[in-house]
Write a protein that binds this ligand. Structure first.
Ligand SMILES: Cc1cc2nc3c(=O)[nH]c(=O)nc-3n(C[C@H](O)[C@H](O)[C@H](O)COP(=O)(O)OP(=O)(O)OC[C@H]3O[C@@H](n4cnc5c(N)ncnc54)[C@H](O)[C@@H]3O)c2cc1C
Length: 414
């Protein structure tokens, strides 16, 4: 595939943009692949990419029932950070954050990684203690974060009311190299690179069954026919339980809609991401000027990718306390995505009871930030049978009681 560059843009400008190629091939399924990945979200595509790049495995198909990146990858609020509490989490999220730094160069695709800083407000004494503890844990893990004073918070985000009516700002956990990236571009960049390596990304192709012989999977039934494979990777976020059932095992995950909304675009007013756990809401400003606002999950299991009025009301009401100026904004769009949550709020990257089936799920409300790290580790697990990055995230931890409790770090969703 031709490389994107300033020179290519100039050349195409001179010849009326007639020389651009399609970013990826519109592939139709072959009869057999070495590896089939179900789900062309960020995690599935990143897994395929690192299978090719790090292990030379390129006879790979990524099968997607809709359009690539059309699941949670294209619906999230794009926060990238690695200030988690537990060591295994810090390792995989920091690996991911680190890969984001050079992703545009690596994929030759501008993913607009913007390390603008992520701030998690402490608005109760309990949160102050919790975030100070996380800052100490991060120092030991080699993740650069700091606990900052309310005055510093105000200096970084002048539009914030730090004396809030109910919950004054008492400090914040600040990660300067955290930030955001363009979510679609992450999916598109990986897809283009995978297609370039000869892999098939097969869209509008739903997996409807998994075929097994003597305890091994032999392939998948799809709406475009049967596809045989040697190894199967299931990377379908909110639909993980359904795919696992087809493959013959159960997962400790539940699916629920998580919601977000954006305002009309306004002039630049906030150049970092702010998360407020106590009042429950978080906000950043997109390059277009929209305020991107994240809400919570519905408290019931569902598969609707829609927003709901009570979430909009609750989230905006909460954020108005800390950001009074948003009370004047008009809201443009709201939506939901189906997230898959485990009891300890940590993901599952694991072998399964079925020999040649691997599962990558449970990223819940916060897996966008993890995409490159997850793909890196999961590809290693699928290629070699083990990976230091994924070891602690195995399915067996639920049987053995080795939980990786991130319910506080993941409290406000991301
Ligand atoms: C509103 C919202 C805000 C969020 N904000 C953030 C954030 O700020 N930061 C962060 O880190 N994370 C965030 N997340 C979480 C993040 O989006 C997800 O954890 C991540 O995108 C999961 O990626 P994935 O590739 O596993 O899943 P997906 O992108 O959902 O991809 C899975 C794919 O599998 C496909 N699929 C399902 N069933 C089948 C089948 N039978 N056959 C074929 N294909 C199938 C689906 O169509 C889908 O495209 C947010 C999520 C939501 C919904």
């Amino acid at each position: 595939m031709k490389r994107y560059s300033a020179f290519a843009i100039a050349r195409e400008a001179l010849r009326g943009h007639t020389g651009w190629e399609r970013a990826w091939r519109n592939a139709q399924p072959k009869k057999r692949y070495d590896v089939v990945i179900v789900g062309a979200g960020g995690h599935g595509l990143a897994t395929a990419y690192y299978l090719g790049k790090n292990f030379g495995i390129t006879n790979v198909a990524v099968i997607e029932k809709g359009w690539l990146g059309g699941g949670n990858t294209g619906r999230n609020t794009t926060i990238i950070r690695s200030n988690y509490l537990q060591d295994p989490s810090a390792a995989i999220y920091e690996k991911a954050r680190d890969l984001y730094e050079t992703m545009s160069q690596d994929l030759n695709y501008n993913v607009m990684f913007s390390p603008r800083g992520v701030m998690m407000l402490a608005q109760t004494e309990h949160e102050v203690r919790g975030y100070q503890r996380t800052a100490h844990a991060n120092a030991l893990q080699g993740v650069k974060t700091e606990f900052i004073t309310p005055e510093r918070v105000k200096e970084i985000v002048p539009i914030m009311n730090i004396h809030g009516p109910r919950y004054p700002v008492l400090g914040a956990l600040w990660q300067e190299r955290a930030g955001t990236a363009r979510h679609d571009a992450v999916a598109w960049g990986y897809a283009r690179a995978c297609s370039d390596m000869g892999m098939d990304i097969i869209q509008k192709c739903e997996v409807t069954g998994v075929t097994r012989v003597a305890g091994r999977v032999t392939g998948v039934d799809t709406t475009k026919g049967h596809i045989a494979c040697d190894k199967l990777g299931i990377v379908v976020a909110g639909h993980s339980g359904q795919l696992a059932e087809m493959a013959g095992f159960k997962l400790p995950v539940e699916a629920a809609p998580l919601q977000a909304l954006v305002s009309e675009p306004i002039k630049p007013c906030m150049d970092c991401v702010v998360m407020a756990n106590t009042v429950h809401g978080y906000m950043s400003q997109s390059d277009k000027g929209e305020m991107v606002i994240g809400g919570g999950t519905d408290s019931y299991n569902a598969y609707t990718q829609r927003g709901s009025f009570h979430h909009v009301e609750e989230t905006v009401r909460a954020l108005v306390e800390t950001f009074p100026m948003i009370s004047r904004l008009k809201m443009l769009r709201q939506w939901g995505g189906i997230v898959d949550m485990t009891g300890d709020r940590s993901p599952i990257l694991s072998k399964t009871p079925v020999e040649n089936v691997f599962i990558n799920c449970g990223w819940g409300t916060g897996g966008f930030k993890a995409i490159p790290g997850s793909g890196w580790g999961f590809a290693e697990l699928m290629a070699k049978g083990h990976s230091p990055l994924t070891e602690e995230f195995s399915l067996t931890r639920f049987r053995e009681g080795r939980f990786i409790d991130e319910s506080v770090a993941a409290g406000v969703a991301h």
